[in-house]
Design a protein around this ligand. Sequence first.
Ligand SMILES: [Zn+2]
Length: 439
Amino acid sequence: MIRLIKNGKVWADGRLQDADLLISADGKIAGLTEKSVDQTQLADGVIDAAGCLVLPGGIDVHAHLEDGAETYYEASCAAAVGGVTTVVDMPPFHVCSTPAGLRERMKAADEASVVDFGTHGGIVVGPSDLVEMAGVAKAGAAGFKVFMPAEPPVSREVLWRAVQTAARIGLRLVIHAEESACLEKEVNWADPLGFANARPAVAEEAATAFVLEMASAAGAPIHICHVSSGRTAELIDHYRSMGVDVTAETTPHFLIFEKADFHRYGARLKTTPPLREKRDTEILWQALADGVIDTVISDHYLGELPREDGQVPFEEKEAGIAGLEVSLPVFYHKAVHERGWTLDQFIRVIAENPARIFGFDDRKGKIAPGMDADLVIFNPDQDDVVKKYGEFSRAASLPYEGWQLKGKINHTIVRGVDIWDGNAIQVEKGAGRYVARKS
Ligand SMILES: [Zn+2]
């Protein structure tokens, strides 16, 4: 029993191939076949991908799936609509600090998610969390989050011990790098730039340097979250060239927007860390192209339901941008359509690198025989408009609302099953499966 994706251009072996794609009954890629050999009669189900690219599904390794005003199911549907086939959940504080907490979260996700999922452990905020790290790793965490600017902030002693523990157990520390000492206590909310000015770039840069210096000494694997500043990217490049096992992510919003955009977009762009200068966005694009920054993630977070009038006072809005549903199409539009990125660069950033960093690359991130058939059927020539309310994520606060995009996702396929057909979610709650780190 096989399924067949016909008439598309399939991304495999680092190039687009005019081929049909065969998927076996267990949801794995069976192989590519010449279009001239018609397999339709043999196939159990056929998807016509004429005019479309058949790409590896997106892997988003940092999204807040059930935190704030959204259920895990809704967020996972947003991922499906957005072409994300594997999502790594960033849990709320303390929820996954213990093995039991992590297992409970994974169980809830297993019953809700329509896409495949992993879960980060954490969040380290105190010494009591340190003793749980090994157990959390064993229970299956993808990484272990450390939110440095917690209240009270993660102490230097706890951070150092977390880095040493990570080195010992081989679990990647996933760092929200902001040094609390550099953050202003008072925000001038009357100033559209007040929020950004209160969280200056030096907070991220100093925190990154501090963590990476410790990682260098201890030999710990580190992942720097949502890099916003160009200097942070330079620090990552420096430490990696010294042999430190550091990986990094950024977001579409840090690549696209700059601080001055707060004048126009206001609270729709409120997130931490905040937006930086134009020169930072340019350095981030280059760092991403050069492989200094490995991946683009949504950092999806729907803090509150959108208000009817669409007006959100800056001060009241929870920091976060709910981007799962549009991050990949927006990033594709900006990177490939506007900046002339190759498909090779795009796929590396959205699928291959994140799969490798978090140990899923034996099953995910690539179209090759034996890999999970996690696919996006994407029409690069079709125009699309970002709607005010997403299909599922209810994210009226999206800064991308009304944007015209080149390229549209027509199908999202997880392990051979068409979970989004361009109109509706095709599977029941809980169709997604947990993705373990390879041992
Ligand atoms: Zn986050």
